[in-house]
Design a protein around this ligand. Structure first.
Ligand SMILES: [Zn+2]
Length: 366
């Protein structure tokens, strides 16, 4: 393979096709890792891609294969995630380059310090011959394990909304204020938290978490006057997600009214759901079937590089089972039999995609 490092620090290796004029398939994942999250996050997808090339034993395809080890996905250092894959779709701008880490070093400075030249970032862009992207990633969750399946194909990455809800009452004495005269913000919040859980259980595929609760004044002998909660909600349909949030806010208003509280709401961040390419999903599922894997389609509860590449080219994401369903855990392991199946699926994927080396062809194959 011809190996290079691009201006965003992505490690890229190209395996030539049968002819020099062909299209290009990208395969990869990220090289960075979250501390204490085990050894397989990201790098599994890079090593699997390289092992896949190795297993071809020199066999060539009508297209080039480019392996990409994305330099940064987790967003730990600069608070912005997917820096590696963003470089390929042209989403590293001046503002992002000026973002500072905890030591006041900008992203641009960090790239230079590593021997890279940010002015060459345009050279990292996807070229028009790139027709599809495939990512293997360990599942950071228990779904495949619970279904006793080695591999799964991701059909969508959830949309995510994070917001803050506040109930405001009045502080008063716990010993002298009769129950019917209280304006207790915490009992209001508690009632609403129960509703969030109930709603999440009743909507298929919804994740809703009240992550943090701050109670003020939080003092002995005082009825709480303010409760601030941060909430994280996710669903693969933006419409369902927004509809559920609207319903829960209506319930919060109702709780506040009933308990003579004030209610406040701030939306902190929104990420829209990303559907993976339906045609490529079909090809990936076929590859899994041919490798002898039972079909497993599901929704990813968090973002991946494939989600960024999907902005420009048909992208597929295949999850490899995490034994015991561990996620963000230093003890994460892999079954070697699952890796064999992933490799076999990769070879079938390459065979299957041979007839679809144009973006439009792939997307139409649903
Ligand atoms: Zn990852």
């Amino acid at each position: 393979m011809r190996v290079s490092v691009d201006a965003a620090g992505n490690l890229r290796g190209t395996y030539s096709g049968e002819s020099a004029a062909g299209e290009r398939l990208l395969i990869g994942s990220h090289l960075d890792a979250v501390p204490y999250a085990g050894p397989y996050d990201g790098v599994l997808g890079v090593v699997l891609a390289i092992a896949l090339i190795e297993s071809l034993d020199g066999r060539r395809f009508p297209f080039e294969i480019e392996i990409v080890g994305f330099s940064e996905e987790s967003g730990r250092r600069f608070g912005a995630a997917f820096l590696g894959s963003r470089a390929l779709v042209g989403r590293i701008d001046e503002q992002l380059l000026a973002t500072k880490d905890d030591d006041d070093i900008t992203l641009g400075e960090a790239l230079v310090k590593f021997g890279l030249d940010p002015s060459s970032l345009p050279e990292a862009l996807l070229t028009p011959d790139a027709f599809a992207f495939l990512e293997f990633h360990i599942e950071r969750g228990p779904v495949l394990e619970s279904q006793h399946k080695p591999l799964g194909v991701v059909e969508a990455i959830v949309g995510r909304s994070r917001f803050t809800v506040e109930f405001i009452g009045e502080p008063s004495n716990s010993g002298t204020t009769p129950m019917n005269l209280r304006r207790d913000a915490l009992t209001g919040a508690a009632e609403w938290i129960g509703m969030v859980e109930q709603e999440a259980r009743s909507v298929n595929g919804l994740f809703a978490t009240v992550e943090k609760v701050e109670v003020f004044p939080g003092a002995t002998g005082v009825i709480p006057s303010n409760v601030t909660m941060s909430v994280d909600m996710r669903h693969h349909s933006d419409k369902t997600l927004n509809g559920t949030i609207a319903r829960l806010l209506e319930k919060a208003r109702h709780v506040a009214q009933k308990r003579r509280l004030r209610f406040d709401f701030h939306r902190n961040a929104d990420h829209q759901a990303v559907a993976m390419d339906a045609g490529l999903l079909h090809i990936a599922e076929r590859a899994l079937r041919l490798a002898g894997c039972p079909s497993a389609r599901f929704v990813s509860g968090y973002g991946h590089d494939a989600m960024i590449l999907a902005e420009k080219i048909p992208s597929a994401l295949i999850f490899v089972r995490s034994p015991d369903g561990l996620s963000q855990h230093p003890g994460m392991q892999l079954n070697s039999a699952d890796i064999d199946l992933a490799l076999a699926s990769g070879v079938h994927f390459l065979n299957e995609i041979c007839g679809f080396t144009k973006k439009t062809n792939i997307s139409a194959y649903a």
